[in-house]
Design a binder for this molecule. Structure first.
Ligand code: MRU
Length: 355
């Protein structure tokens, strides 16, 4: 099974508990709206497209129990309250809710379930297309004398989506075309999605990679060791500003200063046409404990959390940041290369039939 979210016997919704990766691969079942909300809030599932897909199923589960308008509104509120930054969650809930409202009450459960399945299938297709478009774009940077070096931040891979990933879909497509590709993997403190998830995914697929601390990218760019930065994102504003995992902005600044192209891979469902700029995007603030403590495997093989600051230290934990559109070379969507600016965003929304 290559999917991160899948159905068994057409009815059992299964996924991986990502809080346990890379040390344990445990499959969990999500069987209710509350299960889906909990899985998103605790980051058993994470990554913008995957959050959207799980949210869609959460709504479908709720409508099996009670198909009233009130139950629909309550379930939407429960699921939306889980995480605020990735717009794919709101997008998926709106899409399922719209289909459900248009249906006879007795058909709502089935219609919403079918819509959640359709969202998953569309995610897989979009990501495959992002991979193909991105690989064609980045192939121009290949040099005969060395590997194509791509730096990525956080995890925008298969486990952040239903399948393929967004930024990593491009890497996988390049590798499938026979390109000698190497990935610089930012560890991505505080939760280490790069060190834990991206490195795990790349090693599973046999893609060469090296984990670096979050602050190393700038120096590697100065040394000419990065051909392109490719990241995913959680929300694109109407002017092309991009919200992604905290630390992305600093990579974009370093890329700009070193003439390294900075690409953002995302499906059109990650564009929020109602957010005029990045200033309108809510940046999630998470538990400071994620900063003051780290989790890892000890020499005894046991996964433990350890404190890394003096007792009583105050910490702040903004989970995302905004990269201004002027620093973004282009977005890479399922419709191809898109200029990160009002005109480009408007055109791709039109092409996707989203306006
Ligand atoms: O906090 P997370 O792990 O959900 O953050 C994920 C990211 O920032 C990803 O880069 C983004 O969602 C793109 S996923 C294809």
């Amino acid at each position: 099974m290559t999917r991160t979210l899948w159905l068994e016997q057409d009815d059992r919704l299964l996924t991986l508990d990502q809080t346990l990766l890379p040390f344990e691969r445990r499959v969990i079942e999500l069987a209710s709206a509350a299960d889906c909300a909990r899985a998103i809030a605790t980051m058993q599932v994470r990554g913008a497209p995957l959050i959207g897909a799980v949210g869609a199923f959460g709504l479908a589960f709720a409508l099996r129990v009670d198909h009233s308008d009130a139950a629909l509104a309550d379930a939407c509120a429960l699921l939306l309250a889980t995480r605020p930054t990735a717009v794919n969650l709101r997008w998926a809930l709106d899409r399922v809710a719209e289909r459900a409202r248009a249906a006879e009450p007795g058909a709502r459960a089935k219609v919403s379930w079918d819509e959640a399945v359709a969202i998953c299938e569309a995610d897989v297709a979009c990501n495959a297309s992002i991979g193909a478009h991105g690989a064609s774009l980045l192939a121009a940077l290949v040099r005969p004398d060395r590997a194509l070096n791509i730096l990525t931040h956080c995890n925008a891979g298969a486990v952040a989506t239903v399948e393929h990933g967004t930024a990593l879909s491009i890497v996988y497509a390049l590798a499938a075309r026979g390109v000698n590709v190497h990935v610089w993997v930012d560890e991505t403190r505080p939760r280490n999605q790069g060190a834990g998830l991206t490195a795990w995914e790349l090693s599973q697929r046999g893609v060469a990679h090296t984990v670096i601390v979050d602050n190393a990218g700038g120096q590697l760019m100065r040394e000419g060791l990065v051909d392109a930065v490719v990241v995913g994102c959680d929300r694109v504003a109407a002017n092309g500003d991009v919200a992604n995992k905290v630390g992305t902005y600093l990579k974009a600044l370093a890329a700009w200063d070193n003439d390294v192209p900075f690409y953002v891979a995302c499906p059109v469902s990650t564009i929020d046409r109602w957010a005029r700029s990045g200033d309108a995007i809510t940046i999630e603030r998470r538990d400071p404990r994620e900063v003051t403590h780290v989790t890892g495997r000890g020499p005894d093989g046991v996964v433990t959390e350890v404190q890394v600051v003096p007792d009583g230290t105050v910490a702040l934990n903004p989970a995302f940041d905004v990269t201004p559109s002027r620093l973004v070379t282009a977005l890479i969507t399922e419709h191809g290369r898109v200029e990160a600016a009002v005109g480009g965003i408007r055109r791709v929304l039109l092409a996707a039939g989203s306006v």
